[in-house]
Design a binder for this molecule. Sequence first.
Ligand code: ZN
Length: 509
Amino acid sequence: MVARTMSFVTVGVDARLVTVEADVGAGLPGIKIVGLADTAISEARDRVRAAASHSDVEWPRTRITIALLPAGLPKRGAVLDAAIAVAILAASDQVPAGAAAGTVIAGELGLDGTIHATRGVIAAALTARRQGIARMLVPEANVAEARLVPGIDVGGVSTLAHLIAVLRGDRTPGDGDLAPLADDPGAAPDLVDVHGQDEARRALEIAAAGAHHLAMTGPPGVGKTLLAERLPGLLPDLSDEEAVEVTVIRSVAGRGAGALVRRPPFEAPHHSASPVAVVGGGQSGRVHVGAVTLAHRGVLFMDEAPEFPRSVLEALRQPLESGSIRIARSDLAVLLPARFHLVIAANPCPCGRGSGPRAGVECSCSSLQRRRYSARLSGPILDRLDIRLTLSRPSLADLGTPSEGSASVAPRVAEARNRARRRWESASLPWATNGEVPGPLLRRRFPPEPDAGALLRQALASGALSLRGADRVLRIGWTLADLAGRDRPGADDIGYAMSLRGVESAWAA
Ligand SMILES: [Zn+2]
């Protein structure tokens, strides 16, 4: 007899439903699994049989064939265990075939029949709902996560015996851990902790308001990391749609998900991390989600950016352009979301001592070394960084002045973002933030005040700005106007934007 049920595998950050079909027929006892299964799934034979022996069911002593469909989709891991057990039991008349066929079942089996938590359950719930499936039975530890998707009936099961009883209608599914699952990443780092550095604090606010990518250079210990870590705290909460995207990514990456992630994430990969850890990748079907995807809808911070491998810096070009990254392997190509707010930090030179009040005194780098160091960023990403700051150590007097906290800066950021959103909406343009708007369009349709325009043309004529640089300056100018509640950027805004662009400084371009 043949029976079937459903489960899922994750591909990138998507879940694909898998039909698990069991054929229990005459022949020598044994289980055969067909349909591009990896070793972990092949080993499901042993786990399923051992789990069944603890679950008070009669294991069929005949030939069993399991087919995993669609056959061409590579399947990895142990998430199909519980569904394989249910398909076999339905095919041997121990579980109602109708109940098995209409349910998506997820979970890895322990040898004693325990059903263990698994990754990607929220992604599976989204796919199941899209395909009109009414019911899911998942490990109890994953119930809260799956229930983030409304419109599908989600029950929790703790053991194979429990799962069987629920499908027979003898027991009710569990709710799992009903402790409140607040998304509580702890208190976000606050700007109040950054003393002095008024210009950098202001630049961070502008970057947050316009979603401008940001570069900071300055000697070690000057506060670049401290500042970068405080950017997420200035950004508004994620929208409902963004929150689901980010929660799905965390679930698929095995970073835990029980509550909807409401705050923009912050990812800070180290320059010694592998390219796969930063941009994503992996081998043979199993896609590893990299930091660029974990930072989706949040902040990607790269400290000592010139130290990252050239291949990693080059790979950033695509997500900066399109908001996604394509992972292509021999058996699979997936597109992973990667729309992040980039913040990079760099020392002024390889030895790190080459600027500040004692500039050059202790620095041992040759001018060639210095040029090579800054050139590492120039091609791929430097041009995409709207704001380029040069930081120096704060004076003792600065350190004594109390700083404004994130709680008073964030509302200004939110207000400026609202102004920008309304502007792009009323012009029927698809962008939400100034950082996304293409320069040529801005130049044509959203010029600054006439005197500000004259300033830009002057900088172009003198060669202080390239055309692309001028577009970036205009873009920052719009954010400054939004922050100040002005209808369009004036000469002061453009002048200030030029200084934020690093015109006439180490970053000049
Ligand atoms: Zn140096």
